[in-house]
Design a protein around this ligand. Sequence first.
Ligand code: PMP
Length: 440
Amino acid sequence: MARILHRSIGQPLPHAASAQGVYITDTEGRRYLDGSGGAAVTSVGHGHPEVLAAMRAQIDNLCYAHTGFFTTDAAEELAEQLVKLAPDGLDYVYLVSGGSEAVEAALKMARQYFVETGRPERRHIIARRQSYHGNTLGALATGGNAMRRQQFQPLLPQTHHVSPCYAYRDKGSDESPEAYAARLADELEAKILELGPESVMAFVAEPVVGATLGAVASEADYFKRVRKICDQHGVLLILDEVMCGMGRTGTMFACEQDGITPDILTVAKGLGGGYQPIGAVLLSSAIFDSFANGSGLFQHGHTYLGHPVAAAAANKVVEIIARPETLANVNAMGARLQSGLEAALGASPYVGDIRGRGLFRGIELVADREQKTPFDPARKIHAKIKRQAMARGLISYPMGGTIDGVYGDHVLLAPPYTIQADEIDFLIERITQAIDAAIA
Ligand code: PMP
């Protein structure tokens, strides 16, 4: 009898045995194309020889030294590389062990920044509905996914939510993208004013919404307006790139395409690439200086932060992502995936929208294309797609659920950056079959 508490109890899972490149093989010898990189984790592919060599070298020398006593070359080099690649203005790095930890640390950094600078009344966090920022209580409270939150209420009382930038469902048919972006920015500003600007700590958002909406990027201008409003009211801007960062959308950081730099930025999944659990928080000098000139301490920490083997693996993963040919492939294969999905599914009465950036693509499913009516939740279309795809040798990441009263099924596709054209074509063929079979 299985003794692991699996997330979905009672659902038998195949046992993964080995993985190489874009494929995972189970103990029965079945091979799956990793079309979603797990949950947008596998960035440089499975079993990358350079990452394995970097990890081996680190393991042979040092597996652990507590960061209260030592720093390590691996952690220092990773931080330096991230700062070099990050947009100007993100000058320091705090290492953690995953996405929720990164968001949690980011929130506490923002809080401590205002405490250190004599403004402890700044404590309200504004995020967006239909967002996901992690499972720990602070990150869960920040996320705006009503379905995930409901069982754990009451959560942090100082968390508030505004509308996401979700043009497919929310932009008026005669509303220009600029007017839509302005309307949403106005909503954010109204919330700041309602709470009282001097009491607002941070606005938190994913540049491209991953798990909850399925690769929804913002309209041009939206984040520029958000940045301006945050600046005007002294509110810190935290961008959560745990899922969409580290090359996933075709640039190293997703916010590069939105033309802004946040005060704090979180990354995790693609950073570890599946090799080791790791996350990172990038922060501005202003925040760092407030700690350095104040208590001299960031009042937060985990035993495994900056783990040298995780840092060595991530350092090599980042080096590989930063090679021009890697992002060139993300962009070329991302375009092939988008146009191939449009050709295969664009005319389907059940496909409302196909979207995304780079190798981060989403398909939104609807019962009625004209009305954009979602499927009845009881049909569990997303769960059926996942099973149908796996039966056809494809890992995909379908999601669904009642989110703030809006039900939606979507499929997230996020294959490794090393994927080739014939593998993209296989992915498109199999996800099309899986969607057809799930809805039939
Ligand atoms: N933020 C975002 C945007 C995420 O997508 C996720 C994970 N899906 C998290 C935070 C939490 O990351 P983790 O599961 O590594 O804790």
